[in-house]
Ligand binder design. Structure first.
Ligand code: NDP
Length: 432
């Protein structure tokens, strides 16, 4: 805390990990303690902060702050998304970068961990303003990244459009068409299934949890928060797998449809932009709940897919009381420490983000492979590999998280499973 003042999210993410790792290291790997592996892992290899000035549509100068946190490169180039949102600060990016190190290791692909972004708010900005901002952001960032150094991707507020503007500017400065960003369009170096990957991967992970407990997806009631990239494709895959998806939400409110969404209803939601209230006017089976989150509704499976700390202890208690059996995180750190304690006491199956939402970065890793060999794989091939990767992550969690009574502590499993590979690499590479 002394070393990282005013960084509550970063301290929260680190605490969540070291509570599992310190006992493990003490018992099984004193060599990692001697080498101060953990102490080194909580210190980013490099933190960049830079000015981003740009002209708005009224020709006024605007100033934002850009960041890139290059957390750990022991097992591969830094990799992790860029977030554009007004609440972005160093604490949030350091927590995300730290989580990313474990997540990327769990995918079994050779990618290190990083994260970046800006306090720029894309909401309400024109297309031209977004483009000018992205060009200015990349005019500084380009010198710190590269296909074999650091490969950013999208996150909140950064989708294919923003990746396009960022990529265009990088290529223009460097005169080099290279896999320096992932999440590109499929016509210009992107991988099929990348937009779907986090949401689909989340459902593949939930399927593994159900299989492990001899249960099926058919008819399960799923509550999802968010209405962005992750939430949308999680809902789509859930419906395709035979579950009943009853909620989606955004920062303004929640829609609850007691009959469940269909793919057609989902298309309609996608057409609404952020005005979810309209949905309840069209479908009589639905209601709109302004300023409320989805955790009050009865469900078997909860999939938080919006943002950090969106399920607090009270929300978690509501979920448990209503009979929820699985919480799997599509978003990064959506559960507070208090919420996780509630899951633990109730012995809910809890898939933490670093395991359950790793499908997105996994397909980003596959995009890097495709770029490196100059090929584009079919959607079926990518989807198949995604499924195998999620099954493998589930296996790793079981291997390191299974307790003597048979209960699987997925958080512990993901923390230890993600850590070992990085720690071995750091040990092999000496004191750096
Ligand atoms: P998007 O920007 O596409 O969507 C975010 C959604 O969450 C929007 O519906 C937004 O609503 C809602 N939201 C944001 N902040 C809040 C809030 N404070 N309260 C309620 N709702 C909120 O982002 P993504 O779907 O890409 O990302 C969602 C989460 O998943 C993030 O935690 C991200 O880090 C994580 N993630 C994303 C991956 C990816 O591949 N995209 C990969 C792995 C993790 P509104 O429009 O009203 O702001």
């Amino acid at each position: 805390e002394l070393r990282n003042p005013n960084e509550p999210e970063f301290l929260q993410a680190v605490t969540e990990v070291i509570e599992d790792l310190i006992p493990y290291i003490n018992e099984h790997r004193p060599d990692f303690a001697d080498l101060k592996i953990l102490e080194r892992m909580v210190e980013p290899e490099r933190v960049l902060s830079f000015r981003v000035s740009w002209l708005d549509d009224q020709n006024q100068i605007q100033i934002n702050r850009g960041y890139r946190v290059q957390m750990n490169s022991a097992i591969g180039p830094y990799k992790g998304g860029l977030r554009f949102a007004p609440d972005v600060n160093l604490s949030i990016l350091k927590f995300l970068a730290f989580e990313q190190v474990f997540k990327n290791s769990l995918t079994s692909l050779p990618i290190g961990g990083g994260k970046g972004g800006s306090d720029f708010d894309p909401k309400g900005k024109s297309d031209n303003e977004i483009m000018r901002f992205c060009q200015s952001f990349m005019t500084e960032l380009y010198r710190h990244i590269g296909a074999e150094t650091d490969v950013p991707a999208g996150d909140i507020g950064v989708g294919t459009r923003e990746i396009g503007y960022l990529f265009g500017q990088y290529k223009r400065i460097q005169n080099n068409f290279t896999g320096v960003l992932t999440g590109k369009g499929p016509q210009w170096g992107g991988s099929y299934i990348r937009p779907e990957a986090t949401g689909y991967g989340l459902l593949y992970f939930v399927q593994c949890v159900l299989d492990y407990n001899n249960e099926s997806m058919e008819g399960k009631v799923i509550s999802i928060s968010g209405a962005g990239n992750v939430a949308y494709y999680a809902a789509e895959k859930g419906i395709q797998m035979g579950a009943k998806v009853i909620t989606l939400s955004n920062s303004q409110g929640t829609i609850y449809d007691k009959e469940g969404f269909t793919l057609e209803k989902l298309n309609y939601i996608a057409s609404l932009g952020r005005d979810l209230a309209k949905y309840a006017k069209k479908y009589p089976s639905a209601s709109y709940h302004a300023k409320e989150n989805p955790w009050q509704f009865k469900c078997d499976i909860a999939l938080p897919c919006a943002t950090q700390n969106e399920i607090n202890e009270a929300d978690a208690k509501k979920l448990v009381k209503n009979g929820c059996k699985i919480v799997a995180e599509g978003a990064n750190m959506p559960s507070t420490a208090g919420a996780i304690k509630v899951y633990d006491q109730a012995k809910i199956h809890f898939g933490p983000g670093k395991a359950a939402n790793a499908g997105g970065v996994a397909v980003s890793g596959l995009e890097m492979s495709q770029n490196a060999i100059g090929q584009q794989w079919s959607p079926e091939k990518v989807d198949h590999r995604l499924k195998l990767i999620m099954e493998n992550i589930h296996k790793t969690c079981v291997r390191y998280g299974k307790e003597p009574n048979g209960y699987v502590n997925y958080l512990k499993g993901a923390n230890i499973g993600g850590f070992i590979k990085v720690a071995e690499a750091m040990k092999a590479q000496g004191v750096v």
